[in-house]
Design a protein around this ligand. Sequence first.
Ligand code: OOG
Ligand code: NI
Length: 267
Amino acid sequence: MHNNVNELFSNLWQNYLAVTPSAEKIHKILGSTQSNDIINDHIALRTFNTSHVGLDVLAAHFKNLNYKECGEYHFASKNLYSKHFEHEDPTLPKVFISELLTEKFSPELQKIVRDITADINDSVTSADNFLYSGTHWDISYLTYQKLLKESEFAAWVAAWGYRANHFTVSNNHLHNFDSIEEINQTLKNNGFELNGAGGEIKGSPQEMLEQSSTLADLHPIIFSDGVKNIPSCFYEFAKRYPKPDGNMFTGFVTQSADKIFESTNVR
Ligand code: OOG
Ligand code: NI
């Protein structure tokens, strides 16, 4: 496990950019008019709940860096369970980790997940690079399509493995953009497509969090039966509001998150 938090995030970022070229362009558009770098509100990771690769196995890497568990979320219709983690340094990204409740799916899906994760052991999951190590298995496009029929999330993890699924620009720390609406308009003017599920802006000032995201880039994957372009990763934008006690809201909004997941849907 990394003991340098900045090194971990920098590796996660490079690994994310390698399959998300639009993020690099957007990062330049939003950040070019300010002297300090963009602050990330959070990143997100995905896995299966199979115990040896479950949410807590990923979370251990962040707990080791003094991150604390701060909230949990249930997504009944997608059969997902998530937790979020925070560091006492508010300029470090929060971390949102989700796991697929595999037992809720067909025996066929469960077998695919068991098979592809079978060879992963403690030395793999505790290695420095585990969180940006991608897949540890081969899958076919046919299997990917089978998974897709039951769960977009399952298919995504099977194709992309362990990596940041998105980074999130903190609107609160951007110097030249006052609202998510303004960010969205700038991105659309530059030809980027936004995730319209649940509306382009998810959440509200009353919910103390407004979010939007791009649609994931389409990026080639080498499947065992050929190369295909499929949705990789996306970029998110978040604006937070203070709670009645004056402190900033640092949690997530389940109903909004439910729609953010759909940024990687196949289209
Ligand atoms: C996580 C979706 C939820 C948010 O900001 O609400 C989320 C995912 O797509 O893995 O990131
Ligand atoms: Ni997010």
